[in-house]
Design a protein around this ligand. Structure first.
Ligand code: C5P
Length: 248
């Protein structure tokens, strides 16, 4: 289905995994990072963990050496998003995201605020990525509930191009849309894909999934994986099995 990509060694594959810390207690999050950090460096902090623990969770995880993708999907007027982008940049996150449907002014405001705040702190600018269309949407819902008449794929592509034109580093999208985005947005544009399921794991509530290997071949830059790792009896063994699938 997809073109062949350069094969990866274990370390290159591990650098493409972002483990979703979808837990509520900070001790659970820290335990996962302590357990997995010899293998994986990048972790996603979503709404639940952030709201339960507050911003201290970011410092706590960074103190364990974790890189942080803060997945709070900002979507508001440009001024509000810009000032929030400034705050999360000061926290030292490595990546955060916004909703592309916030429009070009909002996207540019977020990117510029992150760049300015990082320069002021003398730290690298976090990667800013945009959410295209949530994978819980299908074309019928998109049309009937949000009034978007285009096909879902065309809408995802238009939003990805909007993000690219306004300075985003990449997008969050279903792995099934990665190949199309990669073709139109070029090799440098990041594609972060949730909805990845190893061959041996259950689908949970994810419907439109690809395996880690297929997601990479479709052009994904990072694979966000939660339950197959964090709910496994041995999260470390789960990561090792995923790495084997990615490198073979
Ligand atoms: O457990 P699982 O591997 O399905 O976790 C995927 C993570 O990616 C979850 O934190 C989920 O909220 C997030 N996500 C997603 N689909 C999107 C956007 C984010 O599954 N479209």
């Amino acid at each position: 289905m997809f073109g062949k990509r350069k094969s990866l060694d274990n370390q290159e594959a591990a650098e493409k995994i972002i483990v979703a810390l979808d837990v509520e207690k900070e001790e659970e999050a820290y335990a996962l990072v302590r357990h997995l950090s010899p293998l994986v460096k990048f972790y996603k902090v979503g709404m639940r963990l952030y709201v339960a623990c507050g911003p201290g969770i970011i410092t706590g995880l960074k103190n364990l050496g974790a890189k942080i993708f803060l997945d709070l999907k900002f979507h508001d007027i440009p001024h509000t998003v810009a000032s929030t982008a400034e705050v999360v940049t000061r926290y030292g996150v490595d990546m955060f995201n916004i909703h592309l449907s916030g429009g070009s002014d909002m996207i540019r405001a977020a990117v510029e605020a992150a760049a300015e705040a990082a320069a002021k702190q003398g730290i690298p600018k976090p990667l800013v990525v945009g959410v295209t269309v949530l994978t819980s949407f299908n074309e019928k819902v998109l049309r009937e509930e949000t009034g978007v008449e285009k096909s879902l794929e065309q809408h995802v592509l238009n939003l990805s191009l909007l993000g690219m034109e306004n300075g985003l580093n990449g997008v969050v999208a279903s792995p099934r849309e990665a190949e199309m985005i990669r073709k139109k947005c070029g090799e440098e544009f990041l594609i972060v894909t949730p909805g990845v399921r190893p061959l041996w794991s259950s689908l949970d509530d994810q419907l439109r999934v690809l395996t880690p290997r297929q997601a990479l071949e479709a052009g994904a830059s990072f694979l966000v994986i939660g339950r197959p790792i964090i709910e496994h009896a041995s999260p470390q063994e789960a990561v090792e099995k995923i790495l084997a699938e990615m490198t073979n």
